[in-house]
Ligand binder design. Structure first.
Ligand SMILES: [Mn+2]
Length: 405
């Protein structure tokens, strides 16, 4: 049996608006290293979006390389990391020659060919192709092949896609994977696929859930339905979507591990995980999610009043809070300071009672022909506040109707 650890979407260097997440990222990386040291998998796969930006900050680079090095246990355990849509493929691949001798493999492009390598640690890369690595462990009498597909940017793939439009990306990938299977996966072995892309539930379910079919892609990646994954794949380690899940109940072996931290309020309340996967030739994968604890909770909260907001924030000083607070008058600097003192990581979104009422009666908007009314309505909608007398005077002045000297 071979055991792998699957994680993805680290987004090192990512902030939440102005809030740095670096300390949380360090804690999450530490937690993943601890899990790997405890569970001792044979191989670790990081399925893309290692960094959050093409030019990541120095601290994020430092954190990535330190983490990957620790995961290899001084070269004893291979670690494969592929580029996601947030990564610069060339930056990711640039350190491969150095990293490879330490057991770390980087793939920047879907057609990256990583050279073969032998080690003193009971494992080797025995065979390689564009988008494929074949590992051998002394302790196993079968090979472990990893099809690796870094983010398939359609523009970059134009050469391979020919004149076809982007809708054929999934068809192209399917053919590419099938070719690798045909060329390299004839003997009994374990076949793993890792890719950074948008895979969805089955076509029928996808179309039913998203009736408009307005977005066939997320982050520029064309949707890949379950039917496009080769049947010979024992486990698919995907990256791109931040919620951990198998893409369909019929394919429990095609999984997103999700991100180690909640990176947006849409992810509030998600239990983050890494997947430990046990694999044997010809047997279904055994997927064991291991929950992660590191990082702050993200909470969205609607406070009916300022005092309720103060009450609530006092109870969650260590969370990041998206706070909508209903107020009867303008939230002044002292109020804001009181909120920030309770929790510095709060986004404050005041909304006035009065505005709420007026905004819920859209049929009366712009009913009068008076331009001042229009401005007041516009201000209410855009600022969620009534304009002050001063503001109205300024508006009249601009209009040239100000009567005061
Ligand atoms: Mn992504």
């Amino acid at each position: 049996m071979i055991r792998i650890l699957h994680t993805a979407d680290w987004h090192l260097g990512k902030k939440l608006e102005h809030i740095s997440r670096l300390e949380e990222q360090k804690a999450a990386m530490m937690e993943i290293v601890d899990i790997v040291e405890r569970e001792n998998p044979d191989l670790v796969i990081v399925a893309g979006d290692l960094f959050d930006q093409f030019n990541p900050p120095v601290e994020a680079q430092d954190l990535l390389y330190k983490t990957l090095k620790r995961l290899t246990n001084e070269g004893r355990r291979p670690v494969l990391a592929i580029a996601g849509n947030h990564d610069s493929p060339d930056r990711i691949a640039s350190v491969d020659p150095l990293a490879r001798y330490n057991g770390i493999f980087f793939s920047g492009y879907p057609h990256t060919k990583i050279p073969a390598i032998a080690t003193d640690w009971g494992w080797q890369v025995a065979n390689t192709d564009a988008g494929l690595l074949e590992f051998r462990w002394d302790k196993l009498d079968y090979p472990v092949r990893v099809l690796h597909t870094a983010f398939p940017n359609e523009l970059r793939l134009k050469t391979y896609l020919g004149d076809q439009d982007g809708h054929n990306l999934a068809t192209f990938l399917s053919a590419h994977w099938q070719q690798l299977i045909t060329d390299h996966c004839n003997s009994p072995g374990v076949n793993i696929l890792t890719a950074h892309l948008f895979a969805s539930p089955p076509r029928e379910k996808y179309e039913e859930e998203d009736g408009e079919r307005a977005t066939l892609s997320i982050g520029g990646a064309q949707v890949v339905f379950p039917e496009y994954f080769p049947a010979q794949i024992n486990y698919a380690a995907l990256g791109h979507l931040h919620r951990p899940h198998a893409i369909s109940s019929a394919t429990p072996h095609i999984c997103y591990s999700g991100s180690p931290l909640a990176y947006s309020f849409a992810e509030a309340g998600q239990q983050k995980i890494v997947n430990l996967v046990e694999l044997e030739p010809g047997k279904p994968a055994r997927v064991i999610p291991i929950p992660l604890q590191a990082g702050k909770q993200l909470i969205k909260y609607n406070a009916p009043s300022l005092s309720d907001a103060l009450d609530f924030l006092g109870k969650v000083p260590d969370s990041i809070v998206d706070l909508t607070v209903r107020v009867s008058e303008y939230l002044d600097a002292a109020d804001r300071k009181a909120l920030f003192n309770l929790n510095p990581n709060v986004f404050i979104r005041p909304i006035s009672d009065q505005v709420q009422q007026q905004l819920t009666r859209p049929d009366t908007r712009y009913a009068s022909g008076n331009i001042e009314d229009h401005f007041q309505q516009y201000f209410l909608e855009s600022e969620k506040m009534a304009p002050s007398a001063e503001m109205m005077n300024l508006f009249r002045e601009i209009l040239g109707t100000e009567t005061n000297p």
